[in-house]
Ligand binder design. Sequence first.
Ligand SMILES: [Zn+2]
Length: 279
Amino acid sequence: MSTKKVLQHVDKNMNVLVKDLRVLIQQPSVSAKNQGIKKCANLVRSTLKKSGINAEILTMKDYPPIVYGEVKSKKNPNKTLLFYNHYDVQPVEPVELWDEDPFSGKIKGNRIYGRGSSDDKGELITRIRAVASFLNVTGDIPCNVKFVIEGEEETGSAHIEEYLKKYRKKFSCDGVIWEFGHVDSKNRPIIDLGMKGLLYVELSLRESKMDAHSSLAVLIKNPAWRLVEAIKTLRDSSGKILIKDWYKEVQPLAKSDIKILKSFPFDEKEFKKEYGIKK
Ligand SMILES: [Zn+2]
């Protein structure tokens, strides 16, 4: 299978990619406002279909639909790669800070502007076009490919677990590639093979049953300070988490992991410059 020819096909058809991406950007899909979600799901399905990918819309209750796509490999039908992406975007507010209409997909120079041009319609379209190019040039793909494209990532993927349980068999695969990648400061395309999670908790504390004048601080404990003290017990100044058993199930890094991490192209100087970090 000639990957070179496939890559040439990608380059030659960049106009299709740009056009498809702009059409996607121009369809608002703000999950936080339930704006255009179903319309965008339909659009994603038709984009998959016209690229030669079998596609359907999966629904559950009144949840935002998941767009599912699939192509079977003739030569390598025993391995399956799943692309996870999302078609919803963050709200556009504050609108006055935009130079262009956030759903214009306007091209200026070498860039496309609009909500979702990067996270995550941009990444999604590159994957769709990659599959389309393989199909066009070789009539096949190197392994089975599945697409799971959800519509509520930006509001916390509240129902993905239910979807995963319901469509467990449909989504089964050997590996998942997460939604994004990026181009680093040296213009190298990067795909991350691992991701850290996040946990957030909300602490609330009430001392008196109503607002109290600051002069009463000598009599009523200030909940704000008590919260500061509580937060201080969560981690030490070096960042180590102090919660009991927090690290209990953490696996130490293998030598091979460290080797991979060390080879990760990270430019510390450039990074600090970008964020204005001094130390
Ligand atoms: Zn995203």
